[in-house]
Structure formats: C-alpha cells, structure tokens
Design a protein around this ligand. Structure first.
Ligand code: SF4
Length: 364
C-alpha cells in the first residue's frame, strides 16, 4: 500500500526513537485516558509518578467512579488544573451509569464524556481502539505548522482548523494510533519549541520552515496577556487549645482550585499592613475583636499560574474564642492530626510542609 513519505519516515523514526513509557504498553482505554489527562500541561517525567499513583488508588473506572472527590483531588495534588481531576471523576460516574462500567468504544460517546475534548477523544479512539481519528496537541501543532509552513496563529480557530485538516490528510488508515503517537513524540523529542534537531531530522527535506529559515517564527501564537496580580491574605487561625485548625473549602466554580482547601481568606488589591487588614470588612465579619494577637511578620509566598500571579501572605492570628458558626460559614474546623486528609493546592501544601509538623509527618 502506498504511504505518504512523511508518514513513512515519521513512523520509522518513531520505531527507532520512542521512549518506553508505561501507557504505550497497553491498549486499555482507561489507562490511556488517565495518562492523556495527566500529560496535559504536565511533563512526562513528572507525569509518570502521578500515573502510577493514580492507577494504584483507582485501578479501573469503577474504582474511580466510587471514590470520594476529596480522595481524587488528594491524588492529583500538586499537578494543578484540578478541573481535569474533577471532570475525570464525573466522566467515570457516567461510564458506570450509562455504559455498565465499560469504556465506550465509539468516538461520539467518548467525546461526549466530561472533560474529553477533541485531542483526548482522538488519542483514546486511535491508541486504544485503532480508529482513524487525529490527535492534535501542542506538539503536533508545532510540527505541522513548521513542516507545512502554516503561519496562522495556532491558538485561533483559523489556525487550528488548518492544522487539523493537514493532520487528517496525513492520517494513514492502517495504524492511525501509531502515526498519532509518532507525531506527538517527534514534537516532544526532535521538533522541540527551542533548538529543534533539524540537522538530524528525517523530515528535513520536506520541511518548509527549514527551507524558508522560519523555524523560529513557527508556530505563530497570539501575544500572551500579562498575568493578573492577586493578593491573598490567608488567616492561619490558632485557638488556645492548639489542637485545631481552620480551613476553607473553595467552592467558586469560576475561580481557581474549586473544591480544594485553603485557609480563611481576605483578598485585597495590594499588600496590606496589619492595621489595614483588621479594618477590612471581611476581617470584621470573621474575626472582629475576637483576637489577642496578629503576627505582623507574615510569611509570604509567590505562586505563578498561567494567567495569575498569586502573592500569598500567611497571617498568624490567635483568637480568644472559637469562631461562632455564623462567623465561620464555609469554614471547616478540624483536629490538626487530620490535616493530611484534605486536598490542597500546591501553594498551601508548600506552606503546610514548612510550618505544620503534623502535616509533614503524615504526608510523606
Ligand atoms: Fe522540525 Fe527542523 Fe525537522 Fe523542520 S527540519 S520538522 S523544524 S526538526
């Protein structure tokens, strides 16, 4: 059968150069799904540990569907983009409820699952079931924009459409999954964002960007917006018994870290002095005069997210009386010995590791 020379060379390159990764040794759609979701926004080296941890905790769809959301988030802790974990959890419930726990094997049902977009659906359909669907991720966009000299911005609908059309034209009917994996791997290992290995590239003679000396310009992307600064004043509340702590479950679906835990929070437009902090409405509502000391030597941490720079100030507050239920709406009070049971974003995890012996002890 005739095979496009680009496809042929790419697959030959893949067979010689591919990394031996655990999710490449299986065609179990559940395991492939887990690996693909973890690897979105995560490097392979870091992702491997999470992949093993996740499968150990939730070895199949049933186990994931029946897990508590807190436990799913705990396993995900540190990976970021927590909606990925919440969506997987919801999708697992759908698979159990609608498909008797068996992963759907047709594209329409796969792509209808919560959190599964075009790329992940194509990856599962082609890797696990050998179906002829493309899987266009950032690596593939980079490779194809360079190979075919596509100058449209790849993060716009026009650019994305062009790349997908090219990927579809190249996709072989035989072993489409291997082709997709080869393209992704080639982008990750050879046609990298910086310093691609053009000198030893098997596709060099087909590459328009190489011929036109425009590799540095491709892929074209929309200019990045400057991340927004946020100032988070966390109240690390101590009561005289010293055995309890106060946390807050984050419930705003429009904000970061939904359903993870942090401390009672007062957000401000800029850094605050202790006097300014105690004069805020939020302080008055939550603490008022119910404190006898506020540590003004706060611990500060900066945390970078893709669209936000978080400046977090941890204020140690010693309160006189335990918070009343109306003061503490949405706030959880628990024993310090239970603190390791909650899912935390990485920023809070790092603070706890450094400052709460109980957390460090139980969270290895
Ligand atoms: Fe990528 Fe360079 Fe190969 Fe072109 S020649 S496909 S830019 S590695």
């Amino acid at each position: 059968m005739f095979m496009n020379p680009i496809v042929e060379k790419l697959i030959a390159w893949y067979e010689r150069n591919k990394r031996r990764l655990p999710w490449r040794r299986t065609n179990d759609p559940y395991k492939i799904w887990v690996s693909e979701v973890i690897l979105q926004q995560t490097r392979v080296n870091q992702g491997i540990n999470y992949y093993y941890r996740f499968l150990e905790a939730f070895p199949d769809v049933e186990a994931l569907a029946h897990a508590e959301e807190n436990d799913v988030l705990r396993i995900w802790q540190g990976l970021g983009y927590y909606s990925r974990a919440r969506n997987m959890h919801l999708a697992a419930k759908t698979i159990v409820n609608n498909f008797g726990g068996k992963f759907p094997s047709d594209y329409k049902n796969i792509s209808a699952l919560k959190g599964i977009g075009d790329y992940t659906a194509g990856a599962i359909a082609s890797f696990a079931f050998g179906m002829p669907y493309t899987a266009v991720d950032g690596n593939v966009k980079r490779v194809l924009s360079r190979l075919f000299g596509i100058y449209d911005q790849i993060d716009t609908s026009v650019g994305e459409k062009k790349i997908k059309e090219v990927a579809k034209e190249l996709l072989p009917r035989r072993n489409p999954g291997t082709f997709n994996q080869a393209l992704i791997e080639f982008g990750a290992m050879w046609c990298t964002p910086r310093n691609p290995k053009c000198g030893t590239c098997p596709l060099q003679q087909h590459c328009l960007a190489f011929a036109e000396s425009s590799i540095e310009k491709l892929p074209a992307k929309k200019p990045r917006k400057k991340p927004r600064d946020r100032y988070l004043n966390y109240l690390v509340i101590h009561h005289s018994d010293h055995h309890h702590f106060y946390l807050r479950k984050r419930s705003d679906a429009a904000d970061i870290w939904k359903n993870l835990y942090d401390f009672p929070l007062i957000e401000s437009e800029r850094p605050l002095s202790p006097e300014e902090l105690v004069n805020t409405q939020d302080w008055q509502k939550l603490i008022g005069e119910n404190y006898y000391s506020l540590n003004s030597r706060t611990k500060k941490k900066t945390h970078q997210l893709s669209h936000q720079t978080l400046h977090a100030y941890f204020w140690e507050v010693n309160i006189k009386e335990v918070l009343k239920p109306d003061q503490a709406a949405g706030i959880v009070k628990d024993k310090k010995s239970n603190i390791h049971q909650y899912p935390f974003p990485r920023l809070i995890d790092a603070f706890l590791q450094e400052n709460f012996t109980e957390y460090g002890k139980n969270n290895k």
